[in-house]
Each structure stands twice: as C-alpha cells, then as structure tokens.
Write a protein that binds this ligand. Structure first.
Ligand code: GLN
Length: 467
C-alpha cells in the first residue's frame, strides 16, 4: 500500500475522507492524500509528521490543483481511474457542511454545525404539500413558478419592501436559493466579469462564480462588528465591476447591513453602474434591527436581483424552494439559466410554499420569538464556556473566537471539539479566499431545540479547558 507523509491531524481527515463513502453505493477505493486540512496543517510547524496510508472513495473529488491531479495520474492510483473534474471546479472540496454533518453522526456529537433545524416545519405547510400530491399536482410546473406561488411571493415582497412587482415577469421560482444564486450568476455574468464578494462568504458563491468564469474581488469584513469597510469598497469598485454579491443577514457572522451601509453600497453601485445580487434567506431571522432589502433603496430595484427561500423561515430546508426577484430586463437572464439548469421546481411543494407564504404575521413573530430564546441560550452558554462571542444580529448563526482554548486554528479546534467534547461547529476558514483570515473563528448554529443547545453547552463547560 502506498503511504504519504502527512501532518499530525490526519486521523480526522482520514475519517472525513472515508465517511461520505459510507453513503455511496459504489465504493472504488483510491489512495490519496488529505484535502481539507492540508493547507492549514502544513502551516502548523509544530504538527507531528506521520506516515500512514490514506484511503478514500474515488467518487468524491479531492484534487486541490491540476498539478496534484497530474501527479496522481502519473503515479497511477490503484483503481487506474484518476478522479476527474472540470477545471472550473477542481479547487473545491466536499462542502464543509456535508463533512461536518457526517462527522457528527460518526462521533455521536451534537451537531451545531450545518444550519438545519432538528425540529419539523409547521403542519399547515406539510398538510398543504400532502394535499397537493393527493390532488394530482404532480407533473412539471410552469418553468418560472406556479401562478399561486408567484403571486404569494409578490405579495410578501410588497409587504416587506413596499415595492409592487409583476408576479409573471419579475419572479422565477428555483430549487432553493442556491439555485437562484447559480441561475443569477450563470444568467448574468460573463467569463472575465469582475464580481465583488464580501468575506467571509457562503461557500456556493465562490464555486458558482468560478463556474461562470468570473473574476472575484474579495473584501473582508473584520470582527468584532464585521462592518462595511467603505474605503476598501471605494478602492475596489469601478466601472469594470459587473456585480456585488451581498448577503444580509449574513452567514456565517450574523451581521446585518445597516441602512447607512446599504445606502453607501447603493450610491457606489449607481455611480459605477454595478448590479447587486442580494441573498436574503435569513430576512425573517432578524433580531437586533429590521431587515432592509437593498432593492428598496432609491435607484436600486432596477439593478438588483433579490434572492430568498422557504427553508429557513419555515424550518423546511430539505424542500429546496427558492426564488429570484428582479426587474424583467435582469430576470430574463436568470430565467434563461434556470430553464436549462432545472427547468422547473417540485410542483406539489410549490403549492405548499404558496400556502406558507400567505401565513399571518403572527407566524413570523412567533418564529422570531422562538429563535430569540434559542439564541440567548447558545450565546450565554458560549460566553460562560469562555469563548469570545461576536455580536450576531440575524440568521441562526453566531461566530466565536476559539483562541482562549489554545488550539492553533479553526480546523484543529473543530477537530478537538468533535472528538474530545462531542460538539460540532463549522471552521470559518472555508469562507475566506485567504484561509488565514478565518483561522481564529468558528461558527455555531442555534437552529436546534433548547434541550440540544443546553446539552451542547454543558458538554463544552465540562470538557473544554482554557489554556
Ligand atoms: N446554509 C447552510 C449552512 O450555512 C448549509 C446548507 C448546505 O449544507 N449546503 O449551514
């Protein structure tokens, strides 16, 4: 068997490499080296150097670079079928959410990593889906959304922003917001177009921009408040900028862009004729201030694609119902990309989504109240454990500084947390172009029942020791 020299943290990466394989029907085992941890671990000079075999399932891409893939091909992996992936995706790994949720199962750890509720969505929405299936709403939906859902989205947008839109020509229903992001980017960005991204950023943004061949310009939001670095933005934005990708409330930090910040961004976009792609999936989880859609600011609707989904607001992340809202001249590109990506979205779920969006205001108030309680349990708990907790105004995430516990970086900390403490968090370095920028931060989610949150805090109190 072939062996590789690898830094000391390998037993976790080995597990990570193996775990997704457990869920796959055909396992072709290939010898290969670790992927996620390599960069950070290599920088950690104190790491022990171990030599032992690594196995992984060949159905998961692991190449970090083209040259790594070439070396592997030359060396001849034991199955003689080197992994293949197009250049536009070769630098991307198995998503951190998939890896962490697999590890949570493997180690029986409490999963405060991937953002999915461990409680169910409301009965009135589930019943509507069952009814739609029974009523035979089971064939292809109209490509850009069933009329009932488009109308419900338009009404909600009107209520939230005061803007009246045409449900037929200004909305496209997609398979979750992730597809809305992809359709927007692939439908409106040409290869070589410059797009500004704020780091830390949700992982699909970079991968999708890469698929479109965009040139990414990254601006980092710095703790503790992750405020807009206006001068930096002014220095980066220009007539050559095609779009800014915005996310408010912001994953992973929980930052909400203030009215002043949004106005500053708007003025620069208007001045430089720049589009805004705004991911607002956490808009109903706004705790410390009101959510503002940038599309509602003067001169902005005509240059903005607003994206949202059902998953977070109705605790139905597995339904994958999302949408993009934009004026007809921009929606055209989004709609075209959507037509050839997925064509249409699950029909019965769209009927249920229309029922969901017509929920009374009290539903949203209850949701917010409930999450506020959960947030308090987690934030107070994390502070009591000894973390430095950064303020989170929205989303169901909170970011902390893990350095009081003496681990060298976010990945090492998360490894320790899973294996020695039994709690899963997300290392934030995956959300930066420059991984070093995220090495002190990890993200916890509070979209779990209160008992689970309290148990996680208890485990951390018992087993995490300040260094
Ligand atoms: N949005 C979820 C999160 O940030 C993850 C979704 C996914 O796994 N792709 O945790």
């Amino acid at each position: 068997m072939r062996t590789f020299n690898a830094p000391g943290r390998l037993d976790l990466s080995t597990e990570m490499l193996l775990l997704p394989a457990c869920f796959r029907p055909s396992l072709r085992i290939t010898l290969f080296k670790p992927f996620l941890w390599t960069n950070i671990a290599a920088k950690n000079k104190s790491s022990r150097s171990l030599s032992f075999p690594i196995v992984r399932a060949s159905s998961v891409s692991t190449f970090s670079t083209a040259s790594e893939a070439a070396v592997m091909a030359q060396d001849g992996p034991i199955n003689q079928h080197p992994l293949q992936v197009a250049k536009r995706l070769e630098k991307f790994k198995t998503t951190i959410f998939t890896q962490m949720s697999s590890l949570a199962i493997k180690h029986n750890a409490i999963n405060l990593g991937q953002g999915f509720p461990n409680f169910d969505g409301p009965d009135f929405v589930k019943d509507a889906a069952i009814q739609a299936i029974k009523d035979g709403k089971n064939q292809y939906a109209r490509g850009y959304g069933i009329p009932d859902l488009n109308s419900a989205i338009a009404s909600r947008f009107q209520k939230d922003t005061g803007i009246t839109i045409d449900p037929e020509s200004e909305i496209t229903v997609t398979s979750g917001c992730t597809e809305a992001i992809a359709a927007t980017i692939l439908g409106l960005i040409n290869p070589g177009d410059e797009v500004i991204l704020f780091a830390p950023f949700y992982d699909s943004y970079e991968a999708t921009l890469s698929m479109a061949g965009a040139k990414i310009t990254c601006i980092t939001l710095q703790p503790p408040d992750f405020a807009l670095p206006l001068e930096k933005l002014k220095s980066k934005i220009s007539k050559n900028t095609r779009a800014i990708l915005l996310n408010t409330p912001h994953n992973p930090t929980g930052k909400m862009f203030t009215k002043e910040e949004l106005e500053q961004i708007s003025l620069l976009c208007i001045e430089n004729d720049v589009l805004v792609f705004s991911d607002e999936v956490y808009d109903k989880l706004a705790f410390e201030m009101d959510h503002i859609s940038i599309a509602s600011l003067p001169g902005m609707y005509e240059r903005t694609v607003t994206m949202n989904s059902l998953g977070k607001t109705f605790s139905l992340t597995g339904w994958k119902i999302g949408w993009a809202i934009a004026p007809p001249h921009l929606l055209w590109g989004v709609k075209q990309a959507h037509s050839y990506l997925t064509f249409a979205t699950s029909t019965p779920m769209q009927y249920a989504a229309a029922v969901a969006l017509n929920a009374p205001d009290s539903y949203y108030e209850e949701l917010r109240k409930d999450y506020k309680g959960k947030k308090e349990i987690l934030v107070d708990g994390l502070k009591a454990v000894g973390f430095k907790v950064f303020p989170s105004s929205g989303t169901y995430f909170v970011v902390v500084d893990h350095t009081p516990f003496g681990l060298p970086d976010d990945v090492a900390f998360c490894e320790y947390l899973i294996k020695e403490v039994g709690v899963v968090a997300i290392p934030t370095s995956v959300f930066y172009l420059d991984k070093e920028e995220g090495k002190n931060l990890v993200r916890f989610t509070f979209c779990k029942d209160e008992g689970t949150l309290r148990s996680a805090v208890e485990r951390m109190k018992e087993r995490l020791v300040k260094k």
